[in-house]
Ligand binder design. Structure first.
Ligand code: ADP
Length: 228
């Protein structure tokens, strides 16, 4: 589903954030991307949702070379990739239902489609009863569930989560990561960047470790934060 081939990223100021990165991720696979702050995790995820293009190398998502994609095709790609951030990024003036519906509106979905898909996405994250609530009325964990519903409402092939538990208590972090693994079990390919050692050690999923912009370890069969 995801092929990263010989990718290097050098930012305009000369910072080399990634060097010679190769990564293959299959459909429905759940993968942690781990590494210290500044190691290049975010940069790698931004390449996948095409917030960035590589200086060298290729990024192929579902058979499509995303770096070479003309600008007018980027919205189409984004429909196929859901993104979840540490700080949720919900719209404060819209309620839960409207926040999720917004992801459908930006891709031109009909009213009928919204009324069909939004309840399904909220059901999936266990928030059907909160559809009328506003973000400030929700806990951090609930806000992250809304952002996951928003990322999933277009039924993307790939879900990218950048430190999704960074602002959450340990117990809630478990629930969120569990939800992300359930989503992978349903066939969505999930990449989750984190430096939460306890969660990674507890889940025993595939772990890709980045140090200084290079993949130093890939525990494909599942592993802990440090050990295979
Ligand atoms: P992580 O997500 O693991 O914390 P990042 O991918 O954010 O790491 O950063 C990798 C490296 O690239 C760091 O040295 C960081 O300072 C640098 N970096 C990130 N974004 C930019 C940018 N827009 N311009 C210049 N350097 C950047």
């Amino acid at each position: 589903m995801i092929h990263v081939e010989g990718v290097t990223v050098v930012y305009p100021d000369g910072t080399r954030a990634l060097s010679g990165v190769d990564l293959q991720v299959d459909r429905g696979e759940f993968t942690f991307i781990v590494g210290a702050s500044g190691s290049g995790k975010s940069t790698l995820l931004q390449l996948i949702y095409r917030e960035l293009v590589p200086t060298e190398g290729r990024i192929i998502i579902a058979g499509q070379d995303v770096a070479g994609l003309p600008r007018n095709r980027v919205p189409h790609l984004r429909r196929n990739i859901g993104v979840v951030f540490q700080d949720f990024r919900l719209l404060p003036d819209k309620n839960v239902w409207e926040n999720v519906a917004f992801a459908l509106e930006v891709v031109g979905a009909s009213r009928r489609e919204k009324y069909r898909k939004v309840p399904l996405a909220l059901e999936l994250v266990g928030l059907a009863e909160k559809e009328q609530s506003f973000p400030h009325e929700l806990s951090g964990g609930e806000q992250q569930r809304v952002s996951i519903a928003r990322a999933l409402v277009n039924s993307p092939a790939v879900l990218v989560a950048d430190e999704p538990t960074g602002n959450l208590d340990p117990e809630i972090s478990w629930e969120i990561v569990q939800l992300l693994t359930n989503i992978a079990d349903r066939g969505t390919t999930v990449l989750c960047a984190t430096h939460d050692r306890v969660i990674v050690d507890g889940m025993r999923k595939r772990v890709v470790s980045i140090v200084g912009g290079t993949i130093v370890r890939d525990a494909r069969g599942g592993g802990g934060y440090d050990e295979p």
